[in-house]
Write a new protein. Sequence first.
Length: 202
Amino acid sequence: MALSLPPIVTGIINGEEEAWSTACTMLGAYYQPEGGPRSAFDLITSGDPYADDTILAGIDIAAMTALGVRLPAATVDRLLADEELAGLIAQIPVLTDLVDADDEMLDESSAAGRTWQYLTSPEGYGLTWKTAEALLARVRPALFPVITGVERKALGLDKDMPSAWIQLREALRDADARLAYQLYYLIQTAPVWSELSQIQVL
């Protein structure tokens, strides 16, 4: 099912100058240090040049608090020490953007799908969707979005993962991946960190 994209996004797809200018201004304000909780979530780092950003670490748990996600200390300790979880995350491609992810990377049997199930099921951690989304977005920001309930409803996204990931991927791929290309150029044009991913900007 096609998503219900807001006018500014359809304007970007169509190359409308006003939409492009507005998006650049909004992104610049959003990703300023004082821009708000979401910019803090996306940009906070440990400052350690030798840190491995591809694995779950304490800094990711700290960043999640910017979105109002707070976990009990026992859950944090378990997450950080969980070798099964670390093994699942390690199987998820590091450098793949959502637009380039094939079904085998996103379906229920994939490492991403199994990680989601492990995090959210009662047999695993029983985390809320918001918490699981935030955790995955921290370790694979090019692949996984953080979507609020309001955004999910407005976009017409499925209520299930990984089908919602696939819906977003198809929106990025539609019309010869025009949205994905436009988001890439928007990142290069707007006054933001050039390593932001397409899905972060969207």
